[in-house]
Design a protein around this ligand. Structure first.
Ligand code: PEP
Length: 243
């Protein structure tokens, strides 16, 4: 049986208090057939969670330690305490700009699970790797090395060259990657690997969402730019509900 779809928005470093109205607009229009979450800047999590208490608010990163002398960082228990129920780990912008390797991503995911947060774990290849024909080998190896021992909520396949560029892989390439990732999840977790949701991320828009959601083993999307407004995000959510 196919997994219920999950559409998660990643607001990155966008949004101040003025954005709460947009979050309320999104949360109040979610159809019952689909799960939706918004991963917000840490500064907005508590306000958003109070504004839309029955809607999933998430974070975009978490520290791997449970607390301590880590200036500027936020641990999983603090995110949970602020009202987050889900967190992204291993986004390519963290892997690249903050030099987070697979071992760091794995420990962040494990720490988030211990604190009761659901985890969206991101993997994805560069254009050079894709062009060299090594995308599946590279991304499955990345997943193997980043997975914590217990199953995560979702794995997001995000080709780095598709993020924020308006380009996406062919639907065949998305399907082939998701099939390979599913195989690795089942190898790691047995039957439970089937229920880890596989999200596609990278330039998902209202115009391409339905076609992407129709691909086998695509259980939803991680959406950056198009998650910032209800007018862009809700048609993507609706496409997931119809899929
Ligand atoms: C992302 O950063 O996770 C993302 C998918 O961004 P965009 O949708 O803007 O490509």
């Amino acid at each position: 049986m196919p997994n219920r779809k999950l559409v998660a928005g990643n607001w990155k470093m966008h949004g101040t208090a003025a954005g709460i109205a947009e979050i309320v607009r999104i949360a109040s229009a979610v159809p019952p057939e689909v799960d939706v979450a918004l991963c917000l800047p840490a500064t907005l999590i508590e306000r958003a969670a109070r504004a839309v208490p029955s809607f999933a608010i998430g974070a975009q990163d978490v520290h791997s330690e449970a607390g301590g002398a880590f200036t500027g960082d936020v641990c999983a228990a603090q995110l949970h305490d602020a009202g987050a129920s889900i967190v992204i780990v291993g986004h390519s912008e963290r892997r690249d700009l903050h030099r987070e390797d697979d071992a760091v991503v794995r420990s962040k995911a494990a720490a988030a699970l211990v604190a009761g947060l659901r985890v969206i774990l991101c993997v994805g290849e560069t254009l050079e790797v894709r062009d060299a024909g090594e995308a599946i080998a590279t991304v499955t190896a990345q997943l193997d090395a980043s997975l914590p021992p217990a199953p995560v909520e979702a794995v997001a396949y995000e080709p780095i060259w598709a993020i924020g560029t308006g380009r996406i892989p062919s639907l065949e390439d998305i399907g082939a990657m998701h099939a390979a990732l599913r195989g690795r999840l089942v190898a790691a977790h047995g039957d439970r690997g089937h229920s880890v949701r596989l999200l596609y991320g990278g330039s998902v828009k209202p115009a391409n969402a339905a076609a992407i959601f129709a691909v086998s083993d695509v259980d939803g999307a991680l959406v950056g730019g198009a998650s910032l407004t209800a007018s862009d995000f809700l048609p993507i959510v609706e496409a997931a509900a119809q899929a």
